[in-house]
Design a protein around this ligand. Structure first.
Ligand SMILES: NC(=O)c1ccc[n+]([C@@H]2O[C@H](COP(=O)([O-])OP(=O)(O)OC[C@H]3O[C@@H](n4cnc5c(N)ncnc54)[C@H](O)[C@@H]3O)[C@@H](O)[C@H]2O)c1
Length: 252
């Protein structure tokens, strides 16, 4: 891939769940704008293909299970070994599970928290020493609109994504002294493999549509770059206005 700008030139980013969907788009976008990226995912074949597409000078695939702390430590070590530093962590890997408190199984609840919330904590814990070594950095935690408002029939997912917001704000306070910025991004509905099977209208979205992955990558690029050097502890909705307010029609 050819570099189109230098907005994140010289920066090295580790992105979880980057083999497909939004994470893959974040990897492509950061490379386009000058960064080197490490694609961490369980999906080896897709992850390796993406790294190949981006080129060995720009990208590396590492097998990563975000629920396993040792796997994170190995991914951070591989990043520093290959590219010499770590400046940006994008905690993007996640799963989407259904069910109210009554319907969701205990196992599904625990698995969702493990991947969608504990995975972010483990990633941050493993990355912070390397970010400190780099003199600071940016942690971007991918939450959801389910981490800004309640989300019907998604008890575990919403609990995990709200947890990400709390972890983010608290860590922004704890890590500011090291010049490590921590922000959460809260996408609405985005066209990825995760949402491919969902039958959902967009009447509740003021912009009346779902998002292209690039529209989420654009804010990840901004938060990864020095353009956001005074931005930390924020929670950014990228949702076409879906959480702006009650969407009752005035003529209803
Ligand atoms: N698609 C949406 O509409 C939407 C909306 C809001 C938030 N999100 C969030 O954005 C993130 C990315 O979503 P997406 O739609 O691109 O999903 P996706 O399902 O298309 O991709 C998720 C990736 O995460 C990887 N993954 C899953 N479990 C993992 C684990 N234990 N360790 C490492 N990798 C793992 C998968 O292999 C996959 O490559 C998720 O956190 C999701 O909750 C998505």
């Amino acid at each position: 891939m050819t570099q189109q700008s230098t907005r994140v030139a010289g920066k090295v980013a580790l992105i979880s769940g980057a083999a497909q969907g939004m994470g893959a788009s974040h990897a492509r976008t950061l490379v386009e704008h000058g960064a080197q990226v490490v694609i961490g995912d369980l999906a080896q074949e897709q992850g390796r293909e993406l790294a190949h597409e981006l080129g060995a000078d720009n990208a590396l695939f590492v097998h990563l299970d975000v629920t396993d702390y040792d796997s994170w430590v190995a991914a951070v070590a591989a990043t520093v070994q290959q590219f010499g530093r770590l400046d940006v962590l994008v905690n993007n890997a996640g799963i989407f599970t259904r069910g109210s408190v009554e319907e969701a199984s205990v196992e599904d609840f625990k698995r969702t928290i493990d991947i969608d919330l504990t995975g972010n904590f483990l990633g941050m814990k493993a990355a912070v020493p390397a970010l400190k070594d780099a003199g600071g950095g940016s942690i971007i935690n991918i939450s959801s609109i389910a981490g800004l408002v309640g989300f019907k029939n998604r008890a575990a997912y919403s609990a995990a994504k709200w947890g990400v917001q709390g972890l983010t704000k608290t860590s922004a306070m704890d890590l500011g002294e090291y010049n490590i910025r921590v922000n959460s991004v809260h996408p609405g509905s985005v066209r990825t493999p995760m949402t491919a099977g969902l039958k959902r209208g967009f009447g509740q979205v003021p912009l009346g549509r779902d998002a292209d992955v690039q529209e989420i990558s654009n804010i990840v690029l901004f938060l990864a770059s020095d353009e956001s050097s005074f931005v930390t502890g924020g929670a950014y909705a990228i949702d076409g206005g879906e959480t702006a307010g009650n969407n009752l029609r005035t003529d209803a």
